[in-house]
Design a protein around this ligand. Structure first.
Ligand code: GLN
Length: 183
C-alpha cells in the first residue's frame, strides 16, 4: 500500500512512522510534483491548520488534493488534518484564534479548534474506538467535533459525549492522535 503523507508542517514524521510500521510504502508530499507518484491513501497529520492551509495554497497543493479527496481517494486525518477536512469550522470567537484561510470543507461535521483550552489542552485517555476497547487516545491542543452534519457519518469514538473520530465515505478522521499510540 502506498501512502502519501502531507509534509508541509506539523507531525508528518510521526504519521510517516505510523504507516511504515504497518508495512506501507510511504512518501512525503511537499510539492505539486509529488502527487504524480500516485497513492492509495492520503494521510493528513496534526500541526497547525492555519499554517497548513496557507502553505497548501502557496505550494499549489490545495486544488489538486481537494480534487483527489472529492474523487474518492482514501483519507486518514488527525487533528489539524480533521480541521482542514471539516465542512464547518465554528467561529472560535477569540481574537487570538482564527480559521485557516482555506480548508477542504468536504467532511460533514462541524469542528471547534483548540476546544479543550490552551493550558490543559493536551491530555491522554483510554477509550473505545470502532468497537475496540482500551485504546489509548492522545489529545494535543485538539479540536472538538461539535456537530455531525450528515446521517452518513459514522462515529468511531467519543469523549465526554462528543465524537472524537468519524468515518464518512472515503474519509476517516480523528481529533486525537492514533499515530502516537500507547504511551
Ligand atoms: N490546535 C491545532 C489547530 O488548530 C491542532 C492541533 C494538532 O493538530 N495537534 O490546527
Amino acid at each position: 500500500m502506498r501512502v502519501g503523507v502531507l509534509s508541509v508542517q506539523g507531525a508528518f514524521a510521526e504519521m510517516a512512522a505510523y504507516w511504515r510500521a504497518r508495512g506501507a510504502d510511504v512518501f512525503e508530499i511537499r510539492q505539486r510534483s509529488d502527487l504524480d507518484r500516485g497513492m492509495d491513501v492520503l494521510a493528513l497529520p496534526g500541526g497547525e491548520s492555519t499554517v497548513q492551509g496557507k502553505l497548501l495554497g502557496e505550494l499549489g497543493l490545495f486544488d489538486p488534493l481537494k480534487a483527489k479527496i472529492e474523487g474518492g481517494l482514501t483519507v486518514f486525518a488527525t487533528c489539524a488534518g480533521l480541521i482542514l477536512l471539516a465542512e464547518k469550522i465554528d467561529d472560535p470567537g477569540r481574537s487570538d484564534d482564527t480559521r485557516p484561510e482555506r480548508w477542504f470543507g468536504v467532511l460533514p461535521v462541524a469542528v471547534r479548534r483548540n476546544a479543550y483550552g490552551r493550558q490543559l489542552g493536551s491530555f491522554r485517555t483510554v477509550g473505545t474506538f470502532d468497537g475496540k476497547s482500551n485504546v489509548p487516545m492522545t489529545f494535543i491542543r485538539a479540536p472538538a467535533i461539535t456537530a455531525i452534519l450528515s446521517p452518513e457519518v459514522e462515529v468511531l469514538s467519543e469523549f465526554n459525549g462528543q465524537p472524537t473520530a468519524v468515518r464518512w465515505r472515503n474519509i476517516t478522521a480523528f481529533t486525537w492522535h492514533p499515530e502516537l499510540g500507547p504511551a
